[in-house]
Design a protein around this ligand. Sequence first.
Ligand code: GCW
Length: 677
Amino acid sequence: MSTVTTPSPAWLPDAALAPLGTGLVHLPDDGPLTDTLRGEVEHATAVHGGRLTDRPETADLLLLTRRTAGAVAARVEAVRYALDADRRPGELVTARPRPGRWVTARRSGVTVVVGDDPAALLHGAFALLRRPLLDGDVVGEAPAHPVRMLDHWDNIGAHPVMGRVERGYAGDSLFFDDDGVRADLSRVERYARLLASTGINAVAINNVNVHAREARLLTDDLPDVARVAEVLRRWGIRTHLSVGFAAPVTLGGLPTADPLDPDVAAWWAATTARVYDAVPDFGGYLVKADSEGQPGPFGYGRDHADGANVLARALAPHGGTVHWRAFVYDHRQDWRDRSTDRARAAHDHFAPLDGRFEPNVVLQVKHGPMDFQVREPVSPVIAAMPRTALAVELQVTQEYTGQQRHVCYLGPAWSQVLRFAFDDAGDSVATRATGGLAAVSNAGTSPFWTGHPLAQANLYAFGRLACEPSVDPDRLLEEWVHLTFPKAAPDVRASVHRLMACSWQVYESYTAPLGVGFMVRPGHHYGPDVDGYEYTPWGTYHFADRDGIGVDRTMATGTGYTGQYPEPWRSRYESLDACPDELLLFFHHVPYGHRLSSGTTVVQHVYDTHFAGVEAVEQMVGEWAALRGRLEEDVHAEVTERLAEQLRSAREWRDQLCTYFWRHSGIPDEHGRRIHP
Ligand code: GCW
């Protein structure tokens, strides 16, 4: 293990702060967020030799809000140039209507950031680090979504196997220890700074599976929640809490949590008012109801609109939001029953409720219909509820993508989801996500925040994509590499970039072929176990037999799931010929000899990708080894250790999957490679 005791600066090392700290900086606003920014500038100038100045006309860098920019404009031409930006065509025109916007300009050697509000100024100032400007440049950016949220699956009580963080692979919880909210929140402050630099503005601090101890965050522990909120607020981040639907019973002592019962509504209203007394800018509640054993409205014969609305009405007077999760399915399914299809569940439950939710309900939908697998189609719920605010939920913590022991840069996967267009009108997932983006965080107390040092790139990329969903994920990777390793030689940075750029596809190649999921060890979900979930109640089957594999989800002969998509996707997924190869086994059950559009057969594809995947990891190991002595020693050592595990694991995946498919199909590898009998 690494010997680092203070957490890594991640993508904000001092050397990366030069654009904020080398010259004279003018920052005339005041207020809490501007004080935070001033602290950043003071730190950057102390390191890089610049200083703050009261005289705008002498400044090299002016950090302004609309409020202060007007007064300075007469004296500084670069400010006029920035303010005029709205009148010039290009990126800025699209940026204009959105809140949180900032404009950056550089003119005659002077750099200006004008934020529409203090949070926008903070984001714009951080943006300077990743996008140094040339003279004559004007850049405008505004977050595409008002809410960019990270959800922590953190508990107070530690689980005997998983520890304190459900699906956490990065040490302990940043927020909690055995006693509740940590006394020392200095790491939370550093974390908030990292998040703010990417544009994150909302954090849910506790697990959506709300256990008895954590339920009390809503009541007894409010003073401690207020301490967290105070830290996050300094960085423009609102605090949210996960709450249990049965709280009126478990905390309030009422006989029922029926959402239509007036006493229940009154309890939520009074409880929520107390939350706002403690945390005036509280963001709202995150709820997992009727899901994997959590209580919900079904228990009272009510539907999910009734359930979400009672909380929404309690929050509305205070400006809060309910993030209500659509992850509702039968986790006690009978594997013998081939007509029930977990993939259908969210759409079956929620699409009929479109238009029934209060305006401050955001329905939070996992990006795929199953559960954060390496490859899934986009959830059809996202196209089915135009009258509901939807947030798309991603999983930054790598539960099914290598658990932060494998390198797996997920930017390209998420980008593919966000750009997916349901129809020819080009309406993408990102534009449908009017409620914003949310993701499960991958950070904890590990020295590198994310266990695997390279997994930081996923945290960075999520925040950036939540602000700017159309940005090229490869550019985000470049930004992250530049910021994180500012002192490394260009060839070193290129090498890190190369190694990470295709790592999601590499991970897919040695784990999950053609859209088949869940071939992992049940419970902890790490490593191969092809039939591990095949006869369980979780609804996650691949139906491999001696002839073929895959789930028939067609309308013609299967579960009818394809019918949940609008055209053209409904027909495309329905048709064996038109279905994209990478999702073939998600939608169809086919013989092993079925020929893919790539020209190869299903079984040969499994062999080929698994051998190629291991070779790709071997190359990664070699590439990383060559960087020894050219990057920070602790980072190099930590990644080396994890790559060794990745290689071991990739070989295990290759061997188990190849053997499984050979044994089941009896079809040998065309290339005669060694497959264990
Ligand atoms: O993927 C599954 C995880 C659970 C998680 C659940 C969810 C918090 O295995 O650990 O519970 O999803 O998203 O609610």
